[in-house]
Design a protein around this ligand. Sequence first.
Ligand SMILES: C=CC1=C(C)c2cc3[nH]c(cc4nc(cc5[nH]c(cc1n2)c(C)c5CCC(=O)O)C(CCC(=O)O)=C4C)c(C)c3C=C
Ligand code: FE2
Ligand code: FE2
Length: 354
Amino acid sequence: MTLNTTIDLKAAKALGPLPPQHPVVRVDKVGVLLVNLGTPDATDVKSMRRYLREFLSDKRVIEWPRALWLPILHGIVLNTRPKKSGAAYDLIWNKERNESPLRTFTRAQSEKLAMSLADHDHVVVDWAMRYGNPSMESVVQKMLAAGCQRIVMFPLYPQYSATTTATVNDKFFEALMKLRFQPAVRTVPSYQDEPVYIEALARSIEKHLAALDFEPEVVIASYHGIPQSYFKRGDPYPCHCWKTTRLLRERLGWDEKKLIGCFQSRFGPEEWMQPYTDMTVEKLAKEGVKSIAVFNPGFVSDCLETLEEIAGEAGEIFHHAGGKNFTHIPCLNDSEEGMAVIETLVRRELSGWV
Ligand SMILES: C=CC1=C(C)c2cc3[nH]c(cc4nc(cc5[nH]c(cc1n2)c(C)c5CCC(=O)O)C(CCC(=O)O)=C4C)c(C)c3C=C
Ligand SMILES: [Fe+2]
Ligand SMILES: [Fe+2]
């Protein structure tokens, strides 16, 4: 299908010959752009510092006054954290592809989505990262060159937060700001309560638990945290997390003791949303709970925060405190259930365009 033509040739001829430098612009394709948080290119200190500098300079992520934060970032954080984070990434790095798991999964999601949308031969699917590579700007340019004059941009965060969804949107629009001939765009909204998402989570939990040789007494839904002050100033993220957990409880037929919601990944001295995952895991073990499962509904793909902090560290905390059986349920990643979520939401947002 041809959606449009670049110029009305008849009208253009009436104006006289076209300027020789007039660019040829292709406009017959629709782009679907999947975007996740980002990731360092390598685990060495230099690559880690470059990545963390970009990430932690984002005003949507660290809301502290710049005059206070930038000296701390450049004087302390970027001198200490790159080595520590690099060592953590080393533990989970995809050595075969020499990249982080987040990049591997995001690429796989994009490739699988492209295959399932193959019935629309004018749809182009690609992926980008908010921080690091491939950059949003480079992929927007690539899509324009391929003829996408309409783009559906999908921030891969089920629950909305200014620290994630909004900053991805900002970066996308920043890339568009530089264009004379902008594409028409749609952004995919958060989907904390979409039935297809709740169903996918429930099935992946059921499948994982059915394969275990123990039954967890408690299952923890662990979301990335945000500082409490962000919530108090209007970020709806915690409400979205609580809603996802409640709907899952209803779907699984579990009560508030069996499925609990927690927040992980504190950063800096402020109070973050509670209960904290690490403290909860420790408390449960000390109270005599022997078997638990943890999963991460807020992460579309497994990454540092799920593989190292939960599957690794939280498991250790549980065992040290007297727990016996710990299991981490993988994220939806590029599983059949996970792809059903992405494809359903993308097809909905493409309506009228394909
Ligand atoms: C104030 C700091 C941070 C806020 C707020 C925050 C929110 C937030 N983050 C995610 C998802 C991810 N975060 C990841 C890593 C990560 N996050 C922070 C800080 C904040 N995040 C840091 C410092 C790091 C880096 C970890 C380190 O270097 O030690 C990742 C993992 C990326 C990967 O490549 O594996 C994800 C994903 C969400 C969903 C969120 C708020 C809703
Ligand atoms: Fe984070
Ligand atoms: Fe972490």
